[in-house]
Design a protein around this ligand. Structure first.
Ligand code: F6P
Length: 358
């Protein structure tokens, strides 16, 4: 019998979300004859009465493969169990969202999200007898069990391109140029882009940095006739002495940010180098998805619909050993994937003579 599927994007956006939505719609309608409903702005659409949804058809999703963002909208502030109210209080609105799901008569809900969204939606599903299937996305690449997440590679490409551009201006002015990238508590973007973009110093949250060691490396380079240096720093790095830098944004929430300036100040005061800082920020989440993100998104979308057909709920699609493999959501989110300080990429960076701040 034909099924009715809901789909939502949750948490921070990234490149490739629309490619996943497109794959779900093509396969669900074309192969199985299902109906697909896009839920507006993550779980927020389930709070509206009637729930705010749009039927997705092969016609209205045309052209999505190349587009950034999410046609469904998203939020990283829609926690059903601690929903931020206008007066600043947090309210449990989980029951309203569950009712929204049931009002739509859905057989399954596909959740395109990171570890936080998958954990929250799983709790909601258990409480409300909802059938959910997860599709991993995050530029941070920190979901434990999957080797690939939608959006990561595009972010790495953007950060690498930024280093490529900074190289020439750094050399022209004999400056130390610092590029601050996102990634939350995992340094995957910094280590990957740093190696690919020829950074001289890569600082990641997994390896506390010592500013003296960073400066020594820059001075050594100067002595070898290299008058400039490129430093890539992940937003959540910590010095050997202290904590990470956060800023308050919006309604009292804090976000990582500002460490690039801190490192620049340290380098200037220690060795008198002229420094400049570039903060890549949300450019890492936008733009046309890289081919690999379109590919992963398409494979995940198709596999997720197959899980609906098999009624394999409470599972997430993952990429492992060149294949899409489904695993229980619980298993997928139990481990937060940081950069392994003994792993291949750190060894590669060290082998190339890149300073990791330790
Ligand atoms: O998790 C994705 C991410 O882009 C992180 O890398 C970053 O720390 C955070 O989201 C920024 O969140 P916001 O979009 O709320 O500023």
């Amino acid at each position: 019998m034909g099924k009715r599927i809901g789909i939502l994007t949750s948490g921070g956006d990234c490149a490739g979300l629309n490619a996943a939505i497109r794959a779900v719609v093509y396969h669900a309608i074309g192969t199985y004859g299902y109906e697909v409903f896009g839920i507006h702005q993550a779980t927020l659409g389930l709070l509206e009465r009637p729930p705010k949804v749009k039927e997705l058809t092969r016609t209205n999703i045309r052209g999505l493969l190349l587009t950034g963002g999410t046609i469904l909208g998203t939020t990283n502030k829609g926690d059903p169990f601690a929903y931020p109210m206008p007066d600043g209080t947090l309210l449990d609105r989980s029951q309203e969202m569950i009712e929204g799901y049931h009002q739509l008569g859905l057989d399954a809900l596909l959740v395109i999200g990171g570890d936080g969204s998958l954990a929250i939606l799983r709790k909601l599903a258990q409480q409300g007898n909802m059938n959910i299937i997860g599709i991993p996305k995050t530029i941070d690449n920190d979901i434990g069990i999957t080797e690939r997440s939608i959006g990561f590679q595009t972010a790495v490409n953007i950060a690498t391109e930024a280093l490529d551009r900074l190289q020439f201006t750094a050399a022209s002015h004999s400056r130390v140029l610092i590029l601050e990238v996102m990634g939350r508590d995992a340094g995957h973007i910094a280590i990957s882009a740093g190696i690919a973009g020829g950074a001289d110093v890569i600082l990641i949250p997994e390896i506390p940095y010592d500013i003296q060691k960073v400066c020594k490396h820059i001075v050594n380079r100067r002595e070898l006739g290299k008058s400039y240096s490129l430093v890539i720093v992940s937003e959540a790095v910590k010095s050997v002495e202290g904590g990470s830098m956060t800023n308050v944004v919006g309604l009292g929430e804090s976000r990582y940010g500002g460490i690039g300036q801190e490192i620049a100040k340290g380098i200037t005061s220690e060795i008198g180098a002229e420094t400049r800082v570039t903060v890549l920020g949300h450019t890492q989440r936008g733009g046309i998805p890289a081919p690999i993100d379109r590919l992963v998104a398409s494979a995940f979308g198709v596999a997720a619909v197959d899980l609906v057909a098999q009624e394999m709920y409470d599972h997430v699609v993952t990429w492992q050993h060149r294949q899409v493999v489904s695993v229980p959501i619980e298993k997928a989110i139990e481990h937060y994937q940081t950069v392994n300080p003994e792993g291949t990429l750190v060894k590669t960076a060290r082998g190339l003579g890149i300073c990791l701040g330790d």
